[in-house]
Write a protein that binds this ligand. Structure first.
Ligand code: SAH
Ligand code: SF4
Length: 402
């Protein structure tokens, strides 16, 4: 049975400059405002006294208008356009595959460099109008036992350009340019795709600066949620540097079970995690933390565990998102029954916590939470070195320990 409505292979230009190699031209879409200004000066594209103004113009063309070619920048002199094009790119990466679910969920497979394929999902009617679920890494180091991405080795961290490109590709497809147009379909961004965002915090933070800028894509920081499995030492930096909304993948209320489901718990156990969350900058009733809790039949879904959850999060401005487990081929769990999920939710509600049950979306195109797994293989370091030419030092250092 085929449930996919639309499957097309679109080629929207090549992917140079997704910053994968030092030789490719830098894609300006991945630079923050100040980085953009510096880059324009460093490349001698504009004189220092004009840099700020030019950077502002170029910024608006990229992030407000969605331009993909410098020649579209009609208020920039021809000669400057030519110099920009010689030094930089603003091309989109290649969209390798596009799928649309019966329920309106859309999934794109985006190739930004050889072997780097990124999955991105748009879910309608989430947040103010619709949320884009973006990836921060290809693969993941963390091996949560219920997560499909966790079965794929980490290929590499994504650059800020590659994170922003996911939003640009979605906006292209949803016809969301210019960015200030009314009734936007893409109102929220959630870092709940592939990878652990807090192991790639620099790029995630730069991407947040870019996406939230009012003269550009303009998605407010309060509508951008970063989900983490609990990298405790990075929580404070996340809060101060990005002011993003925080989501924590909790899934268990005691260390024994969490050690098994989310192996990172062995490094940062619950007591440390909860202390880190309580100290998250900017937490308030208006800016609550979301606890994600995947409902696994007979594993973590009893009424006693719901009560333990209430105890664990007592005093924290929070809501709980109950996620029906999304099975994937070969997954070792099954989803709790609706009765168990409703009983669980009722206990949380009675204790004063909003606890929406996340409607499974895009299941027919394997686009639901935790189902993303690209075919990108972890390329051996030597092969990668060869294909990347003279790679920057440190590029291959281990990203973060398990
Ligand atoms: N690495 C980050 C963000 C990506 S995962 C994190 O773990 O928070 C996004 C959410 O999907 C997490 O809450 C994760 O626990 C959940 N998830 C993973 N696999 C799932 C599955 N098969 N069914 C339902 N939710 C899943
Ligand atoms: Fe990685 Fe998140 Fe999946 Fe765990 S749930 S393996 S941290 S992507």
């Amino acid at each position: 049975m085929s449930t996919t409505l639309d499957l097309s292979r679109a080629r929207t230009g090549s992917a140079p400059g997704m910053n994968a190699t030092p030789r490719a031209p830098v894609n300006l879409s991945g630079l923050t405002r100040s980085q953009l200004q510096t880059a324009l000066m460093a490349a001698d594209v504009v004189p220092a006294d004009k840099a700020r103004m030019r950077a502002s113009q170029v910024w608006r063309w990229i992030h407000q208008a969605g331009a993909t070619e410098f020649s579209a920048m009609t208020n920039v002199a021809r000669e400057t356009q030519t110099r920009l094009a010689a030094a930089f790119t603003i091309a989109r990466p290649e969209v390798v595959e596009r799928q649309v679910s019966k329920d309106g969920t859309r999934k794109w497979l985006i190739r930004t460099a050889p072997g780097i394929e990124i999955e991105t999902v748009y879910i309608p009617d989430v947040g103010r109008s619709g949320a884009l679920c973006v990836s921060s890494q290809v693969g993941c180091t963390l091996n949560c036992t219920f997560c499909h991405t966790g079965t794929q080795a980490l290929v590499r961290n994504l650059t800020a350009a590659e994170i922003v490109a996911q939003v640009q590709v979605a906006k292209d497809d949803l016809a969301e340019w210019p960015s200030d147009k009314e009734d936007r379909l893409l109102s929220n961004v959630v870092f709940m795709g592939m990878g652990e965002p807090l192991y790639n915090l620099d790029a995630v933070a730069d991407a947040l600066d870019i996406l939230s800028d009012n003269e550009g894509i303009g998605i407010s920081r309060r509508r951008i949620t970063v989900s983490t499995s609990g990298v405790v030492p990075q929580l404070e930096t996340l809060g101060t540097r990005t002011q993003a909304m925080l989501a924590i993948s909790l899934h268990a209320t005691n260390d024994t079970l969490r050690d098994e489901l989310v192996p990172l718990n062995r490094k940062y156990p619950l007591a440390e995690l909860m202390a880190g969350i309580r100290a998250y900058p900017g937490l308030s009733n208006a800016r609550r933390v979301t606890f994600e809790y995947v409902m696994l039949k007979g594993v973590n879904d009893s009424p006693a565990e719901a009560r333990a959850l209430v105890n664990l999060i007592k005093g924290i401005p929070a809501k709980v998102n109950l996620i029906p487990f999304n099975p994937w081929p070969g997954s070792p769990y099954s989803c709790s029954g609706w009765g168990a999920i409703e009983t669980f939710a009722a206990i949380l509600n009675k204790a004063g916590y909003a606890s929406p049950i996340r409607t499974p979306r895009g299941r027919d195109i394997l686009a639901a939470c935790g189902q993303l797994k690209s075919e990108s293989e972890k390329v051996r370091a030597s092969v990668r070195r060869r294909s990347a030419g003279d790679q920057a030092p440190g590029e291959e250092s281990p990203l973060a320990p398990n």
